[in-house]
Design a protein around this ligand. Sequence first.
Ligand SMILES: Cc1cc2nc3c(=O)[nH]c(=O)nc-3n(C[C@H](O)[C@H](O)[C@H](O)COP(=O)(O)OP(=O)(O)OC[C@H]3O[C@@H](n4cnc5c(N)ncnc54)[C@H](O)[C@@H]3O)c2cc1C
Length: 337
Amino acid sequence: MAMGSLFPLHPISTAAGAAASDRLLFLPPLPTPDLAESSAGIDVGNRKLKLLRDLSTFGIGGPCSFFIEATRPAHLISAARLARSRSLPLLILGRGSNCLFSDRGFDGLVVLNRSSIDETVEVVGTGRVRVGSGYPFNRLGVRTAVEGWGGLEFAGGIPGTVGGAAFMNAGANGQETAEVVESVEVVNREGEVRVLGKEDLRFGYRWSSLQEMDDLAAILAVTFRLRPAPAARNRQREFLERRRKTQPISERSAGSVFRNPAGCGVAAGELIEIAGLKGCVIGGAKVSELHANFIINTGGATAKDVLALIAFVKDKVDRMFGIELKEEIRYVPYSSA
Ligand SMILES: Cc1cc2nc3c(=O)[nH]c(=O)nc-3n(C[C@H](O)[C@H](O)[C@H](O)COP(=O)(O)OP(=O)(O)OC[C@H]3O[C@@H](n4cnc5c(N)ncnc54)[C@H](O)[C@@H]3O)c2cc1C
């Protein structure tokens, strides 16, 4: 496909026939479902049956009280209103590739965001794409690189969603999501939709101001601005090859557990490795032999095992180097009460 065309147009908007526009707001959401009912695409009948371990790359976590799978942006909006009207704690989940869930589960409404299944990527200008937040970030990275667009080469190896990447400011290989984000569409807890431009957003290392927006319910879509880069796919292949050699990508994990400490010039994984902790095991959780900043679930690991191993690693690194490691993965407790 010629550069400039990106991929075929599939509008994200929620009603048939809606005009494409880069400032498009979603059309009115579906009616808020009753918790005891199902309505098109929103199934809230899975109470207590959804195990978070089945929804996370770690494979750890107990049941959630209420569960919805959102297959359209409108479902995310409805879910936000539903959570508010029932005073339920709300958790939007992408691939669960950066989360550690409690063994007890989550006492609230979990919304599994797959809101891009039939509504993939919309081209909104040369090098600009608008993508539903449930779209796989790695697929977006590969598709854009294959078509000769640069900026998301690193995404090819990141197993999350577009929404998760914006929220976390995911990054690798010297690139990060923030560099190519033009705007983010969000819904707040009242169910109101807003478009946040670059000027409304701040990003840092694995951090975005979205993490501190008290009224944020969900990211609905992200518009990226990419640049022509004919060598993008080759660069991406190199990144993926390096990742295959250096990370335990076939094991169950949530990626890097710790942030690289600021200003010390040594990565968290190196510190853990020098501390002699590679292969260290607590219960079913183990510090990877391949990459010391990964904790893997060797089978049957509990959140308790992982938290104990995290505490052990932090303590050892602190005693040895006087450096306090900080978690990159997000621990989601059963309840915030
Ligand atoms: C093998 C492996 C390799 C990895 N490599 C990298 C890497 O190189 N670089 C890197 O940065 N990360 C990496 N990660 C971590 C992870 O993939 C990223 O942080 C990713 O961006 C998380 O996306 P997700 O959709 O899975 O988010 P989740 O884990 O589902 O959620 C993470 C947080 O984002 C919030 N969130 C997710 N979607 C939304 C939304 N639509 N609206 C509002 N909030 C939302 C969640 O509530 C949660 O707080 C790796 C993970 C694994 C397992």
